[in-house]
Design a protein around this ligand. Structure first.
Ligand SMILES: Nc1nc2c(ncn2[C@@H]2O[C@H](COP(=O)(O)OP(=O)(O)O)[C@@H](O)[C@H]2O)c(=O)[nH]1
Ligand SMILES: [Mg+2]
Length: 356
Protein backbone atom coordinates (compact mmCIF):
# COMPACT_ATOMS: atom_id res chain seq x y z
CA UNK A 1 0.00 0.00 0.00
CA UNK A 2 1.59 3.16 -1.17
CA UNK A 3 0.34 6.73 -0.99
CA UNK A 4 1.98 9.59 -2.86
CA UNK A 5 2.19 13.01 -1.19
CA UNK A 6 1.60 15.56 -3.92
CA UNK A 7 0.74 19.23 -4.21
CA UNK A 8 2.06 22.56 -5.41
CA UNK A 9 5.59 23.65 -4.43
CA UNK A 10 5.81 25.00 -0.86
CA UNK A 11 2.42 23.60 0.16
CA UNK A 12 4.03 21.56 2.93
CA UNK A 13 4.50 18.12 1.34
CA UNK A 14 7.89 17.46 2.88
CA UNK A 15 6.75 18.91 6.21
CA UNK A 16 3.84 16.44 6.18
CA UNK A 17 6.12 13.59 5.11
CA UNK A 18 8.42 14.32 8.06
CA UNK A 19 5.47 14.54 10.43
CA UNK A 20 4.08 11.21 9.21
CA UNK A 21 7.26 9.21 9.05
CA UNK A 22 9.59 10.85 11.54
CA UNK A 23 12.01 11.56 8.70
CA UNK A 24 14.15 14.65 8.73
CA UNK A 25 14.17 15.84 5.12
CA UNK A 26 14.98 19.49 4.48
CA UNK A 27 11.86 21.62 4.09
CA UNK A 28 11.53 24.86 2.18
CA UNK A 29 13.76 23.47 -0.56
CA UNK A 30 12.53 24.60 -3.95
CA UNK A 31 12.99 21.69 -6.31
CA UNK A 32 11.67 21.90 -9.83
CA UNK A 33 12.72 18.35 -10.64
CA UNK A 34 11.13 15.12 -9.75
CA UNK A 35 12.34 13.56 -6.56
CA UNK A 36 10.72 10.74 -4.63
CA UNK A 37 11.43 9.91 -1.00
CA UNK A 38 9.63 6.97 0.57
CA UNK A 39 9.19 5.70 4.10
CA UNK A 40 7.17 2.93 5.69
CA UNK A 41 4.89 3.72 8.61
CA UNK A 42 3.16 1.49 11.17
CA UNK A 43 -0.63 1.72 11.29
CA UNK A 44 -1.43 2.44 14.95
CA UNK A 45 -3.85 -0.20 16.28
CA UNK A 46 -4.74 -0.61 19.96
CA UNK A 47 -5.97 -4.14 19.24
CA UNK A 48 -2.44 -5.17 18.28
CA UNK A 49 -1.13 -3.81 21.59
CA UNK A 50 -3.84 -5.69 23.49
CA UNK A 51 -3.02 -8.93 21.67
CA UNK A 52 0.67 -8.57 22.44
CA UNK A 53 -0.27 -8.15 26.10
CA UNK A 54 -2.65 -11.12 25.95
CA UNK A 55 -0.15 -13.53 24.41
CA UNK A 56 2.91 -11.99 26.05
CA UNK A 57 4.17 -12.00 22.48
CA UNK A 58 7.88 -11.53 21.82
CA UNK A 59 7.45 -9.68 18.56
CA UNK A 60 4.98 -7.07 17.32
CA UNK A 61 4.32 -6.30 13.67
CA UNK A 62 1.86 -3.56 12.85
CA UNK A 63 0.20 -3.18 9.48
CA UNK A 64 2.17 -0.86 7.19
CA UNK A 65 1.55 2.01 4.85
CA UNK A 66 4.24 3.49 2.60
CA UNK A 67 4.31 7.23 1.98
CA UNK A 68 6.18 8.86 -0.87
CA UNK A 69 7.06 12.57 -0.95
CA UNK A 70 6.86 13.39 -4.66
CA UNK A 71 8.28 16.67 -5.96
CA UNK A 72 7.94 18.07 -9.43
CA UNK A 73 4.34 19.18 -9.93
CA UNK A 74 3.91 22.92 -10.38
CA UNK A 75 0.42 23.05 -11.85
CA UNK A 76 1.78 24.50 -15.09
CA UNK A 77 2.26 21.51 -17.36
CA UNK A 78 -1.13 21.89 -19.06
CA UNK A 79 -1.68 20.24 -22.43
CA UNK A 80 2.03 19.59 -22.82
CA UNK A 81 1.64 16.97 -20.12
CA UNK A 82 3.65 16.04 -17.06
CA UNK A 83 7.15 14.60 -17.48
CA UNK A 84 7.03 10.85 -18.14
CA UNK A 85 9.19 10.00 -15.16
CA UNK A 86 6.83 11.85 -12.84
CA UNK A 87 3.77 10.16 -14.35
CA UNK A 88 5.39 6.77 -13.93
CA UNK A 89 6.20 7.46 -10.29
CA UNK A 90 2.65 8.60 -9.59
CA UNK A 91 0.98 5.84 -11.60
CA UNK A 92 2.40 3.21 -9.24
CA UNK A 93 0.72 4.80 -6.21
CA UNK A 94 -2.49 3.36 -4.79
CA UNK A 95 -3.71 6.83 -3.87
CA UNK A 96 -2.63 10.36 -3.04
CA UNK A 97 -2.41 12.76 -0.17
CA UNK A 98 -2.94 16.06 -1.91
CA UNK A 99 -1.44 18.77 0.30
CA UNK A 100 -3.13 22.13 -0.14
CA UNK A 101 -1.71 25.23 1.47
CA UNK A 102 -3.99 27.10 3.82
CA UNK A 103 -1.44 28.42 6.32
CA UNK A 104 -0.54 32.06 6.22
CA UNK A 105 3.09 33.05 6.31
CA UNK A 106 4.85 36.20 5.23
CA UNK A 107 8.08 34.31 4.63
CA UNK A 108 6.76 31.46 2.47
CA UNK A 109 5.74 32.67 -0.96
CA UNK A 110 2.78 31.14 -2.81
CA UNK A 111 3.56 30.70 -6.49
CA UNK A 112 0.11 32.01 -7.44
CA UNK A 113 0.64 35.10 -5.30
CA UNK A 114 -2.38 34.53 -3.08
CA UNK A 115 -3.98 31.96 -0.78
CA UNK A 116 -6.86 30.11 -2.40
CA UNK A 117 -7.08 26.44 -1.42
CA UNK A 118 -10.02 25.61 -3.69
CA UNK A 119 -8.26 27.10 -6.70
CA UNK A 120 -5.19 25.01 -5.91
CA UNK A 121 -7.27 21.81 -5.68
CA UNK A 122 -8.83 22.50 -9.07
CA UNK A 123 -5.47 23.39 -10.54
CA UNK A 124 -4.05 19.96 -9.77
CA UNK A 125 -7.25 18.20 -10.80
CA UNK A 126 -7.03 19.91 -14.17
CA UNK A 127 -3.41 18.88 -14.52
CA UNK A 128 -4.35 15.24 -13.98
CA UNK A 129 -7.41 15.46 -16.20
CA UNK A 130 -5.40 16.84 -19.13
CA UNK A 131 -2.80 14.17 -18.63
CA UNK A 132 -5.35 11.35 -18.61
CA UNK A 133 -7.06 12.86 -21.64
CA UNK A 134 -3.86 12.69 -23.65
CA UNK A 135 -3.50 9.01 -22.72
CA UNK A 136 -7.13 8.20 -23.51
CA UNK A 137 -6.96 9.94 -26.90
CA UNK A 138 -3.78 8.14 -27.85
CA UNK A 139 -5.36 4.83 -26.93
CA UNK A 140 -8.50 5.66 -28.92
CA UNK A 141 -6.43 6.40 -32.01
CA UNK A 142 -4.73 3.03 -31.73
CA UNK A 143 -7.98 1.18 -31.13
CA UNK A 144 -9.70 2.88 -34.05
CA UNK A 145 -6.87 1.86 -36.36
CA UNK A 146 -6.99 -1.68 -35.01
CA UNK A 147 -10.75 -1.79 -35.58
CA UNK A 148 -10.36 -0.53 -39.13
CA UNK A 149 -7.89 -3.24 -40.00
CA UNK A 150 -9.88 -5.83 -38.06
CA UNK A 151 -7.29 -8.60 -38.23
CA UNK A 152 -5.91 -8.82 -34.70
CA UNK A 153 -9.06 -9.92 -32.83
CA UNK A 154 -12.86 -9.83 -33.14
CA UNK A 155 -14.20 -6.38 -34.00
CA UNK A 156 -16.85 -6.49 -31.22
CA UNK A 157 -14.10 -6.89 -28.66
CA UNK A 158 -12.23 -3.87 -30.00
CA UNK A 159 -15.47 -1.89 -30.20
CA UNK A 160 -16.20 -2.63 -26.53
CA UNK A 161 -12.87 -1.10 -25.56
CA UNK A 162 -13.46 1.88 -27.80
CA UNK A 163 -16.79 2.48 -26.04
CA UNK A 164 -15.17 2.40 -22.61
CA UNK A 165 -12.42 4.84 -23.56
CA UNK A 166 -14.99 7.12 -25.21
CA UNK A 167 -16.96 7.25 -21.95
CA UNK A 168 -13.78 8.31 -20.16
CA UNK A 169 -12.97 10.84 -22.86
CA UNK A 170 -16.40 12.45 -22.50
CA UNK A 171 -15.95 12.77 -18.72
CA UNK A 172 -12.49 14.25 -19.02
CA UNK A 173 -13.68 16.69 -21.68
CA UNK A 174 -16.22 17.93 -19.15
CA UNK A 175 -13.33 18.54 -16.79
CA UNK A 176 -14.36 15.72 -14.45
CA UNK A 177 -11.71 13.54 -12.78
CA UNK A 178 -12.18 9.81 -13.43
CA UNK A 179 -12.72 9.35 -9.70
CA UNK A 180 -16.27 10.42 -10.40
CA UNK A 181 -16.95 7.34 -12.50
CA UNK A 182 -18.07 4.08 -10.92
CA UNK A 183 -16.29 1.51 -13.01
CA UNK A 184 -18.02 -1.81 -13.71
CA UNK A 185 -15.77 -4.85 -13.24
CA UNK A 186 -15.58 -5.18 -17.03
CA UNK A 187 -14.57 -1.53 -17.51
CA UNK A 188 -12.13 -1.89 -14.68
CA UNK A 189 -10.43 -4.80 -16.38
CA UNK A 190 -10.07 -2.85 -19.62
CA UNK A 191 -8.45 0.22 -18.02
CA UNK A 192 -6.74 -1.33 -14.97
CA UNK A 193 -3.23 -1.22 -16.41
CA UNK A 194 -3.39 2.51 -17.17
CA UNK A 195 -2.91 4.00 -13.70
CA UNK A 196 -4.94 7.09 -14.62
CA UNK A 197 -3.97 9.86 -12.23
CA UNK A 198 -7.39 11.46 -11.95
CA UNK A 199 -8.86 8.08 -11.02
CA UNK A 200 -6.76 7.47 -7.93
CA UNK A 201 -8.45 7.93 -4.58
CA UNK A 202 -7.14 10.91 -2.65
CA UNK A 203 -7.14 12.64 0.68
CA UNK A 204 -7.20 16.41 0.42
CA UNK A 205 -4.98 17.63 3.26
CA UNK A 206 -5.55 21.27 4.14
CA UNK A 207 -2.29 22.36 5.69
CA UNK A 208 -3.26 25.07 8.13
CA UNK A 209 -1.89 27.22 10.90
CA UNK A 210 -3.15 26.39 14.38
CA UNK A 211 -6.58 27.83 15.04
CA UNK A 212 -7.65 28.21 11.42
CA UNK A 213 -11.05 26.89 10.41
CA UNK A 214 -11.18 24.30 7.63
CA UNK A 215 -12.14 25.84 4.28
CA UNK A 216 -15.70 25.27 3.11
CA UNK A 217 -15.01 22.30 0.91
CA UNK A 218 -17.09 19.16 0.70
CA UNK A 219 -15.89 15.94 -0.79
CA UNK A 220 -17.38 15.71 -4.28
CA UNK A 221 -17.62 11.89 -4.20
CA UNK A 222 -16.67 8.79 -2.19
CA UNK A 223 -13.10 8.57 -3.45
CA UNK A 224 -12.05 11.93 -2.04
CA UNK A 225 -11.53 12.30 1.71
CA UNK A 226 -10.81 15.60 3.42
CA UNK A 227 -8.74 16.42 6.51
CA UNK A 228 -7.34 19.67 7.89
CA UNK A 229 -4.23 19.70 10.09
CA UNK A 230 -1.23 21.82 11.08
CA UNK A 231 1.63 19.95 9.39
CA UNK A 232 4.43 22.15 10.75
CA UNK A 233 3.29 21.81 14.36
CA UNK A 234 2.93 18.05 13.96
CA UNK A 235 6.37 17.80 12.38
CA UNK A 236 7.86 19.66 15.34
CA UNK A 237 6.09 17.31 17.76
CA UNK A 238 7.27 14.24 15.81
CA UNK A 239 10.86 15.46 16.25
CA UNK A 240 10.58 15.56 20.07
CA UNK A 241 11.42 12.78 22.50
CA UNK A 242 8.23 10.88 23.39
CA UNK A 243 8.06 12.31 26.95
CA UNK A 244 8.56 15.86 25.71
CA UNK A 245 5.97 15.32 23.01
CA UNK A 246 3.47 14.28 25.67
CA UNK A 247 4.08 17.37 27.76
CA UNK A 248 3.85 19.54 24.68
CA UNK A 249 0.56 17.98 23.60
CA UNK A 250 -0.91 18.44 27.07
CA UNK A 251 0.07 22.08 27.04
CA UNK A 252 -1.54 22.65 23.67
CA UNK A 253 -4.57 20.52 24.56
CA UNK A 254 -3.90 18.10 21.69
CA UNK A 255 -5.52 14.73 22.44
CA UNK A 256 -4.57 12.75 19.37
CA UNK A 257 -2.02 13.63 16.73
CA UNK A 258 -3.57 14.31 13.36
CA UNK A 259 -0.93 11.95 11.97
CA UNK A 260 -2.55 8.88 13.58
CA UNK A 261 -5.91 9.97 12.20
CA UNK A 262 -4.36 10.50 8.78
CA UNK A 263 -2.75 7.06 8.76
CA UNK A 264 -6.05 5.41 9.67
CA UNK A 265 -7.80 7.51 7.05
CA UNK A 266 -5.26 6.36 4.44
CA UNK A 267 -6.21 2.81 5.30
CA UNK A 268 -9.93 3.54 4.85
CA UNK A 269 -9.30 5.40 1.62
CA UNK A 270 -7.81 2.31 0.04
CA UNK A 271 -10.70 0.09 1.14
CA UNK A 272 -8.57 -2.24 3.22
CA UNK A 273 -8.82 -3.64 6.72
CA UNK A 274 -6.71 -5.74 9.09
CA UNK A 275 -6.70 -9.32 10.17
CA UNK A 276 -4.28 -10.81 12.67
CA UNK A 277 -2.14 -13.82 13.29
CA UNK A 278 -1.32 -14.08 16.96
CA UNK A 279 0.64 -16.23 19.37
CA UNK A 280 3.50 -16.18 21.83
CA UNK A 281 6.06 -15.79 19.12
CA UNK A 282 4.50 -12.89 17.32
CA UNK A 283 1.41 -10.75 16.90
CA UNK A 284 1.15 -9.65 13.30
CA UNK A 285 -1.40 -7.31 11.68
CA UNK A 286 -1.92 -7.92 7.97
CA UNK A 287 -3.62 -5.77 5.38
CA UNK A 288 -6.36 -7.15 3.13
CA UNK A 289 -8.81 -5.57 0.69
CA UNK A 290 -12.30 -5.62 2.14
CA UNK A 291 -14.47 -8.40 0.74
CA UNK A 292 -11.65 -10.88 0.14
CA UNK A 293 -11.76 -14.42 1.55
CA UNK A 294 -9.77 -16.72 3.83
CA UNK A 295 -7.71 -18.10 0.98
CA UNK A 296 -6.79 -14.59 -0.18
CA UNK A 297 -5.76 -13.83 3.40
CA UNK A 298 -3.56 -16.93 3.41
CA UNK A 299 -1.92 -15.62 0.24
CA UNK A 300 -1.07 -12.34 1.96
CA UNK A 301 0.86 -14.29 4.59
CA UNK A 302 2.58 -16.72 2.22
CA UNK A 303 1.90 -18.03 -1.28
CA UNK A 304 2.43 -21.62 -0.04
CA UNK A 305 -0.42 -21.16 2.41
CA UNK A 306 -2.69 -20.02 -0.40
CA UNK A 307 -1.74 -22.91 -2.68
CA UNK A 308 -2.05 -25.59 -0.03
CA UNK A 309 -4.99 -24.03 1.82
CA UNK A 310 -7.11 -26.55 3.76
CA UNK A 311 -9.06 -24.45 6.25
CA UNK A 312 -8.82 -21.48 8.59
CA UNK A 313 -9.52 -21.35 12.29
CA UNK A 314 -11.06 -17.98 12.99
CA UNK A 315 -11.96 -16.02 16.08
CA UNK A 316 -12.84 -12.36 16.17
CA UNK A 317 -10.69 -10.02 18.25
CA UNK A 318 -13.77 -9.03 20.27
CA UNK A 319 -14.63 -12.64 21.10
CA UNK A 320 -11.10 -13.43 22.21
CA UNK A 321 -11.16 -10.45 24.53
CA UNK A 322 -14.67 -11.33 25.77
CA UNK A 323 -13.95 -14.99 26.55
CA UNK A 324 -10.35 -14.50 27.60
CA UNK A 325 -8.88 -17.48 25.75
CA UNK A 326 -9.29 -19.44 22.54
CA UNK A 327 -10.07 -22.57 24.62
CA UNK A 328 -12.97 -20.84 26.36
CA UNK A 329 -14.15 -19.32 23.06
CA UNK A 330 -14.09 -22.78 21.52
CA UNK A 331 -16.47 -24.18 24.14
CA UNK A 332 -18.82 -21.29 23.33
CA UNK A 333 -18.61 -22.10 19.64
CA UNK A 334 -16.87 -18.81 18.90
CA UNK A 335 -13.71 -20.36 17.52
CA UNK A 336 -14.86 -21.35 14.08
CA UNK A 337 -13.48 -23.54 11.32
CA UNK A 338 -13.96 -21.82 7.99
CA UNK A 339 -13.37 -22.83 4.38
CA UNK A 340 -11.60 -20.90 1.65
CA UNK A 341 -14.64 -18.81 0.62
CA UNK A 342 -15.18 -17.36 4.10
CA UNK A 343 -15.10 -13.54 3.83
CA UNK A 344 -12.58 -12.09 6.30
CA UNK A 345 -13.91 -9.46 8.71
CA UNK A 346 -11.92 -6.60 10.20
CA UNK A 347 -10.23 -7.85 13.38
CA UNK A 348 -10.39 -11.57 12.62
CA UNK A 349 -7.60 -13.58 14.22
CA UNK A 350 -6.86 -16.51 11.95
CA UNK A 351 -4.76 -19.62 11.85
CA UNK A 352 -4.31 -21.24 8.46
CA UNK A 353 -4.06 -25.02 8.06
CA UNK A 354 -2.34 -25.94 4.84
CA UNK A 355 -0.57 -28.70 2.90
CA UNK A 356 2.95 -28.06 1.75
N1 LIG B 1 3.76 28.73 9.05
C1 LIG B 1 3.73 27.52 8.50
N2 LIG B 1 4.70 27.18 7.61
C2 LIG B 1 4.65 25.97 7.05
C3 LIG B 1 3.63 25.03 7.36
N3 LIG B 1 3.87 23.92 6.62
C4 LIG B 1 4.98 24.16 5.90
N4 LIG B 1 5.46 25.40 6.16
C5 LIG B 1 6.66 26.03 5.59
O1 LIG B 1 6.48 26.14 4.20
C6 LIG B 1 7.71 25.91 3.50
C7 LIG B 1 7.52 24.81 2.50
O2 LIG B 1 7.30 23.58 3.16
P1 LIG B 1 7.73 22.21 2.49
O3 LIG B 1 7.21 21.12 3.38
O4 LIG B 1 9.14 22.20 2.14
O5 LIG B 1 6.83 22.26 1.17
P2 LIG B 1 6.91 21.37 -0.16
O6 LIG B 1 7.62 22.18 -1.18
O7 LIG B 1 5.50 21.14 -0.54
O8 LIG B 1 7.62 20.10 0.20
C8 LIG B 1 8.72 25.57 4.57
O9 LIG B 1 9.44 26.74 4.85
C9 LIG B 1 7.89 25.16 5.76
O10 LIG B 1 8.53 25.41 6.97
C10 LIG B 1 2.62 25.41 8.31
O11 LIG B 1 1.71 24.63 8.62
N5 LIG B 1 2.72 26.66 8.84
MG1 LIG C 1 9.38 19.25 -0.58
Amino acid sequence: MQLGIIGLPQSGKTTLFNALTGANLATGAASAHMEVHTAVVDVPDLRVDALVEHYKAKKTVYAKVTYADITGIDGKAGKAGLPGQLINAMATMDGFLHVVRQFESPVVAHQEGSLDPIRDIENLDTEFILNDLVMVERKLERLTEEHRRGVSRPREEIQKEIDVFKTLQAMLNENLPLRHHSFTPEEDQIVASYGFLSRKPQIIVFNQSEGQDAPAYESPHPHTFVIALPAKLEMDIAALEPEDAEIFMQEYGIEELAMSRLIKLSYDLLGVHSFFTAGEKEVHAWTLKKGLNARDAAGVIHSDMEKGFIRAEVISYDDLMLYGSTAEARTKGRLRVEGKTYIIEDGDIIEIRFNI
